[in-house]
Ligand binder design. Structure first.
Ligand code: DAT
Ligand code: MG
Length: 151
């Protein structure tokens, strides 16, 4: 079996405002990923700026920070084999208009900034984003149905 990874996923303020939290969580659950962290928070400027530090020179950065701090987000940690790329494929590409139907952004989004959801893009970012959003750590637990998810 390949590597078990844990990835950071966040429903952004547009997803919460539009009532898509349950729909989004259900897609990750049904896929077979294991929920190991869940937290609702209205991000502070500092939290948002640290999270999106890599984009701080981009023209869209000020708008991105005000969007992410505008209301509640739902921060999640999902675990499974290749969880980082599996989550990114469930989410779809950045621009909802270009994302394929069947992905979260493709089924629900029409915009590049208001794109509903974030997912870590690699192993290093997953580690740093999980530490940032879950400073008290994530849940350690064994799932009874694991034997029916992986051969
Ligand atoms: P992704 O969220 O697909 O990993 P990213 O890391 O390139 O995309 O950018 C982070 C977020 O910044 C993205 O989810 C939405 C926003 N963003 C990116 N490019 C943008 C653009 N050209 N205009 C407005 N917002 C943008
Ligand atoms: Mg990204």
């Amino acid at each position: 079996m390949s590597d078990i990874q844990t990835t950071f996923v966040m429903v952004k303020p547009d997803g919460v405002q539009r009532g898509l939290v349950g729909e989004i969580i259900q897609r990750f659950e049904r896929k077979g990923l294991r929920l190991v962290g869940l937290r609702g928070v209205i991000p502070s400027e500092q939290l948002a700026e640290t999270h999106y530090e890599v984009h701080k020179e981009r023209p869209f950065y000020p708008g991105l920070i005000s969007f992410i701090t505008s209301g509640p987000v739902v921060a999640m940690a999902w675990s499974g084999v290749d969880a980082i790329s599996v989550a990114r494929s469930i989410i779809g590409p950045t621009n909802g208009r270009e994302a394929a139907p069947g992905t979260i952004r493709g089924d629900h989004g029409m915009d590049i900034g208001y794109n509903l959801i974030h997912g870590s893009d690699g192993e290093d970012t997953a580690v740093s984003e999980l530490a940032l959003w879950f400073p008290d750590g994530i849940m350690e637990w064994n799932r009874d149905i694991e034997q029916w998810i992986y051969e």
